[in-house]
Structure formats: structure tokens, C-alpha cells
Design a binder for this molecule. Structure first.
Ligand code: SAM
Length: 262
């Protein structure tokens, strides 16, 4: 019996129906280039491997590797990378087929893992993750929603984001203190690109530092009221009213923003 370790965010999936539902949502095909982050005790891994016949897995906890390797033996070919997903170079495992990344992610580092993966979008077909429900709600939130903010904009700029279904704490051992959800993230062609992603990050971070204030106040270090009006943006609205494209328009209007990174 493997004892879950808190420091690695180990909440192992144990609900067979939920596991089946996740596999159906991923809809793996034979020979897909699946990469699993955090295979743990293999709840998803072995089912995926049976279908795809080969799989890459990235697991930080060395103590889990032998068990994964032994139980995969007769199912297919598994390449286990005993590494930190936050530092993993996904180009290393890319051959000709785009990667399909999956994982029940350790919740304490799920957002940094997604931001790390944004560096590899040209080699990624799609991603399916179990995340804390609150994080999924923030990623998928639309303008006007109180969950809408920096995380929604920076992910929706690059990705189509779809919440698929919720998962209750009892589906895991040990049960986490929070609800979870499955999300699908698909890289998209950015139709209205920013000239400088750092400018976009700066505008969005400043705008949401005080989300109850109006744009003319939160962005006054970067842009005047008149400039906002000339971009067809009402300076008296709150940041949560703006679409991703509105933020891109603001960031593209900046020459060299004269503000330290907040
Ligand atoms: N996939 C398994 C399941 O669904 O039962 C385990 C999921 S558990 C929530 C998260 C897994 O990620 C654990 O196996 C943990 O050891 C692993 N992990 C934690 N931090 C990691 C990191 N930085 N890089 C790769 N794996 C990590």
C-alpha cells in the first residue's frame, strides 16, 4: 500500500466511474502521443496505456516509479521521467506528433505548470487536467463574472478553455478539502496578437490589482483617460468588464511602459 505524501500534493483517484469519465473525456486513440503529469499510482496511466500502447509520464516522487514500471509491463511501452514537471523540457519528447498532455495535477503548483506549458503550445494538441474547481472557474470565466481576472485573460489569450465536469472530494484518497473539476485546454490560433506579451501581462496585472477600481485609476501609470477613449474603451468601467481583445488593444498602444513590473 502506497502512503500518499502531502508535500507532493498526492490525492490519488479511487472512484472507478470518475476515472472512466476522465478517460472518455480525453478520448485517447492508439498511437496518440500522450504525456501524463504526475501518474502517481497509475489510476489514469494504466487505462491510457492500454489504449495508446505507449506513453510518457513525468513523476517527481521517486518512490512511485518502480510500482508504475512493474504494473505497466504487460500493458504497453511507458517512458517514465523522474523529473519536476515545472522544469521539464517538453521538446525533448516531441517527435512528429503533437503532444496530448493529461494529469490530475498537484493543486499547489497547478497554475505554474499551466504557465510553463504555455511555452510549448506549438507542439501541444490539447491538455486535460484535474484542477481545483475554483481554479477551473477562474480559467474559464468570461468578462463580467467575478471570477474573471488575470488567470482567465492570460490563459484565454492562448487557449480555448472548457470546463467539462466537477469531481467531489470523495473520488480521491485522501479526500482533498476542496472540490475539483476537469478542464480541457486547446491551443488556438491567436487572431488578435499582442505585440509584446510582457506588456499584456503588465496591463492585466495592474488592472486587477484593485479590481473594484475603474480603469482610469488602476491604469493611470500606463495610459491616460483620453488614450483609453481613443481605443474605444470606457475609462470608467472596472477591469472585469473588458474582453481579452480590449486588454490586447491597450497593451499594443503602449510604447515603452514606464512602470516597474508590479
Ligand atoms: N495521477 C494520479 C491519480 O490521479 O491518482 C496522482 C495524482 S496526484 C493529485 C499528483 C501527482 O503529481 C502525484 O503522483 C505527485 O507525486 C506528482 N507530482 C507532484 N509534484 C510534481 C512535479 N513537480 N512534477 C511532476 N509530478 C509531480
Amino acid at each position: 500500500m502506497i502512503k500518499p505524501k502531502k508535500r507532493f500534493g498526492q490525492n490519488f483517484l479511487q472512484d472507478k466511474i470518475i476515472i472512466e469519465n476522465i478517460i472518455s473525456a480525453i478520448n485517447p486513440q492508439k498511437d496518440d502521443a500522450i504525456v501524463e503529469i504526475g501518474p502517481g499510482t497509475g489510476a489514469l496511466t494504466f487505462k491510457l496505456l492500454k489504449i495508446t500502447c505507449k506513453l510518457d509520464a513525468i513523476e517527481l516522487d521517486r518512490d512511485l516509479i518502480d510500482n508504475l514500471r512493474n504494473k505497466s509491463k504487460n500493458l504497453g511501452e511507458i517512458d517514465i521521467h523522474n523529473s519536476d514537471a515545472l522544469e521539464f523540457d517538453f521538446n525533448k519528447i516531441y517527435k512528429t506528433q503533437k503532444l496530448r498532455i493529461v494529469g490530475n495535477l498537484p493543486y499547489n503548483i497547478s497554475t505554474p505548470i499551466i504557465f510553463h506549458l504555455l511555452n510549448y503550445l506549438d507542439i501541444i494538441q490539447d491538455m486535460h487536467f484535474m484542477l481545483q474547481k475554483e481554479v477551473v472557474d477562474r480559467i474559464t470565466a468570461k468578462p463580467g463574472n467575478k471570477q474573471y481576472g488575470r488567470l482567465s485573460i492570460m490563459t484565454q489569450y492562448f487557449l480555448i478553455t472548457e470546463k467539462l465536469f466537477d469531481v467531489p472530494p470523495e473520488a480521491f484518497y485522501p479526500a482533498p478539502k476542496v472540490d475539483s473539476s476537469i478542464i480541457r485546454l486547446t491551443p488556438k490560433k491567436v487572431t488578435f496578437p499582442t505585440k509584446n506579451i510582457k506588456n499584456l501581462q503588465l496591463v492585466v496585472t495592474l488592472a486587477f490589482q484593485q479590481r473594484r477600481k475603474t480603469l482610469k485609476n488602476t491604469l493611470k501609470k500606463l495610459i491616460t483617460e483620453e488614450q483609453l477613449i481613443s481605443l474605444n474603451i470606457d475609462p470608467s468601467v472596472r477591469p472585469e468588464q473588458l474582453s481579452v481583445d480590449d486588454f490586447v488593444r491597450i497593451s499594443n498602444s503602449l510604447e515603452n511602459p514606464n512602470t516597474e513590473n508590479p
